[in-house]
Every structure is written in C-alpha cells, then in structure tokens.
Design a protein around this ligand. Structure first.
Ligand SMILES: Cc1ncc(COP(=O)(O)O)c(C=O)c1O
Length: 442
C-alpha cells in the first residue's frame, strides 16, 4: 500500500540510486535511463559535483525572497546562459518547472503589449499536438488534445490552435514539401486574420515537438516563415524549448538550427538535469527595454522563483556541460543513435517513422508501414513497448495519441549527454528486443 497518488493504480518500482546512465531500484535492478526520464537527466545520475554544489548552497543560504534579495547562484546562472546574448536574449527569469515558464512567457507577452500601449493584444496561437505545460494557462495555450480533454470546459478561450508541421502524418499524398509549407503558413496567416491580427500577442511552438508527437522536427524554412508572419502582424514568437533545448538536439538552443530567434524562450528540463526542479524564460532585449521604460518590472512572481539551491544545481550542470564539451558528444552520439535506429528499425514492419535530432529520437509505431495505420488505442502498444523495455533494463518514454490525442503510438529515446558508444548500442539492442516482444505479445 502506498499513500502516494501514482499515475496509474500500481506502485512503480522504487528508484533508490542513480549512477551515470543507470537508475537502481529497491529490488536490485539496474535500469538504463534511456530517455533521462522525460528528456531531463542530461548529465546522467549521481554527479558528485552537482550534489556538492547543492549541499554547499543549501548550507550557505537556502532561501532569500527575490522581492528583497538576489542570490549569486541565480546571477551566475543567468550570466553563463546569456553572456553572449544568444539571439538578442539578454535577461533570464527562473522558476521551478516548464509549465511555470510558459505561464510566465504568456504573462510577459501580455505585459509587454500593455507597456507599448497595445492593450487589445490578448490572444495566442499555438499548434495542435504541442504541449506547453500542465497548469491551466499553459494547458489552455497548448494543443495536447489528450491532456486537454478533461479540462476543456475550464480552459481559457483566448488561445487558438493551427496545424502542426508534421510531414509524416499530415503532408498530403502528392504534396511537395514546399506546397505543404505554403499550406501551413497560409493557415497561420488566416488564423491571424480571423482573430484580428492586432489582437494576437504571440505564436507559441516547440522547435522540436517533444512528448506529444515524438521528436517531430519542422521542415526546413518553416520557422523562418512563421517568424515572418509574426513580424508582419507585430506578434511575439515564444519558443518552448523545455524539452528540446539546452543542448538536447545538438546545439545549446534548438532554434539555432532553424535560423530564427525567439522573443521569449522557455527552458527547463536540461537546464538543471533533474538535480533540482528548475525552469525559466530567456527574454529579448526589446521586451526588457519596454518594461524598463514603462512600469519598471515584471508583474509576475512566485515564492520560489530563482531559488538559490535550484540555481546552484543548474549552474553546476551548465558549467559541466561546457567544460566537458558535452554538446559535441550529443552530436556525435546522436549520429550513432540515428544510424543504430535506422539499422535496427529501418525495415521493421511496425515502425512507420524514425525521427529526431541530436540525442532526441522517437519511433512511431504502425500496424502497416504502407498505409501508416496505427494500432487500436485500446491495444496501448506504446505502453507494451515500455513494459518490455523495462523488463530488459531500459527505461524509455512512451506516449499514445500521437496523431490527435487518441490514435497513434510512439516512444522516445533521449539518453544523457554523457552516453558512450557502447551504451547507445545497448539501448538500441534492448529497444529492438522490446519492440519485437511487444509485437509478439499482441
Ligand atoms: C515542451 C514542453 N513544455 C512544457 C512542459 C511542462 O514542463 P513541466 O512538466 O516541467 O511543468 C513540458 C513537459 O514535458 C514540455 O515537454
């Protein structure tokens, strides 16, 4: 019996220790954390330097309210991320999760337009099958249909959704990439027109869509054209890099590979690597200046924002990533993972698509590669693969509802940035065996 309310009825294995890419359970299993949880554990587990940084900060000063004090860990963390002002981003604001980061981004967008005397801007546009968080505001802004379903009647109506850029599923038969792109951009433009272009605050998107559809990268040029539409109508571009950012896809920021820069960027998971709960937003200079010239500050706050212990942990994680050139390892090991997945699953009857970037890859499962038919949702194929992988000592991140919140199955592999070639091979091998076993068990 457990007094913790778990996600499903059953009590999952109790994780008691972590060591590199492994998690150890109370009943003695060693499991490869092949997805870093939900693409979180970028440094792997049990890093002594991070543990010591946490202890040192907690011992020296665990908490000071940001209404009265700053703290050196937050100052240094913002500096290490923003010292070169990537994409014109000049200020950081830290919270405790990705959802809170998206809430802050939306509220900052609203305040920005009040500061520059455009109070009529109250709407956002995002994409179906995207996820921006679980709190009511972030859930309302996003397009994860499965996670929205129960709460639809109580979600704010100021957010609207357009189609995702998801060629494997939604590029039409006979349509070229260029035609598909034109169609998506036209749809976005029309949505601005429908809402009234000067009522829209921001367009929100994940540069690489994470858990909802499984590592879906956009077609080249998509984000540049989205940026053009935003600029045409004076709306902000908010890029949610909670899952795909902080090095996960082979560059510190996923937008670097899209030739666009955001006005506000949301970060979390890989920022602190799971050593402490931390998220944040990175803010472009023109927004900072508008606040400075207007009311002077951001009218949004949380008790635990810029928490010293969380910031100290993230600072050490970020230092290690830089000192050990781990993003280069993401690219190197990412190539090996990509090759390994294609070799193992490229002709697999039940793997319709292999997609991703860096150390962020997914398999989408089908009953038939030619028709791309998905498994019946009641089969819960993604969960079967997860269970078979766990039985073989591999944790991966599965999800159903890939297409529309109901239909479709995928699983994500997103190992820590410290992963080695032999680990990649083991992950692919165990995943291959798990998929085959799941098929056999049908
Ligand atoms: C892209 C994206 N945005 C926001 C969130 C919400 O972050 P959190 O669960 O830390 O609140 C997630 C979490 O999976 C995410 O992947």
């Amino acid at each position: 019996m457990s007094r913790v309310l778990h996600r499903s009825g059953a009590i999952p294995p109790i994780a008691v220790a972590g060591d590199g890419i492994y998690l150890h359970t109370a009943d003695g299993q060693a499991i490869i954390d092949g997805s870093g949880g939900a693409a979180v554990a970028c440094l792997g587990h049990g890093n002594r330097r991070v543990a010591e940084a946490i202890a040192a900060q907690a011992g020296a000063m665990a908490y000071a309210h940001t209404g009265t004090f700053s703290n050196q860990a937050a100052e240094d963390l913002a500096e290490i991320i923003l010292k070169d002002e990537p994409g014109g981003l000049t200020r950081a604001w830290f919270c405790s999760s990705g959802s809170e980061g998206n809430e802050a981004a939306i509220k900052l967008a609203r305040q920005y337009f009040l500061e520059i005397d455009q109070p009529q801007r109250v709407r956002t546009i995002a994409r179906r099958q995207s996820y921006h968080g679980t709190t009511l505001g972030a859930l309302a802004a996003g397009g994860n249909m499965m996670r929205r379903a129960y709460y639809e009647p109580i979600l704010s109506q100021t957010h609207s959704l357009v189609s995702p850029c998801f060629p494997y599923r939604f590029k039409r038969e006979g349509e070229t990439d260029a035609q598909y792109l034109d169609r998506l951009i036209e749809e976005l433009d029309k949505e601005f027109q429908r809402l009234g272009p000067d009522t829209v605050m921001a367009f929100l998107a994940e540069p690489v869509v994470g858990a909802t559809t499984g590592c879906v990268t956009a077609l080249p040029g998509y984000f540049r054209r989205v940026r053009e539409v935003c600029d045409r109508y004076g709306a902000l571009l908010i890029l949610d890099e909670v899952m795909c950012g902080m090095g996960r896809t082979g560059t510190m920021h996923a937008w670097e590979q899209e030739s666009v820069t955001p006005d506000i960027q949301v970060i979390a998971k890989g920022l602190g690597g799971g050593y402490q709960p931390i998220g944040g937003i990175l803010i472009r200079d023109r927004i900072v200046k508008a606040l400075a010239a207007g009311t002077g500050g951001f009218l949004h706050g949380q008790t635990y924002q810029a928490h010293p212990v969380a910031c100290a942990a993230a600072l050490e994680v970020q230092r290690i990533i830089r000192e050990q050139h781990l993003i280069e390892n993401v690219t190197l090991m990412g190539e090996r993972l990509e090759i390994g997945l294609y070799e193992r699953f490229g002709n697999h009857r039940h793997v319709g698509d292999i997609r991703g970037r860096g150390l962020f890859w997914a398999l989408e499962f089908v009953t038939d590669r030619a028709t791309k038919a998905s498994f019946e949702p009641s089969v819960r194929f993604n969960e079967r693969v997860k269970a078979e992988a766990m039985a073989r000592g591999l944790a991966a991140y599965p999800m159903g509802g890939t297409l529309d919140g109901k239909v479709g199955d995928h699983i994500i592999v997103a190992p820590p940035y410290i992963v080695e070639a032999s680990d990649i091979d083991t992950i692919v091998e165990r995943l291959g065996d798990a998929v085959d076993a799941a098929v056999k068990g049908l």
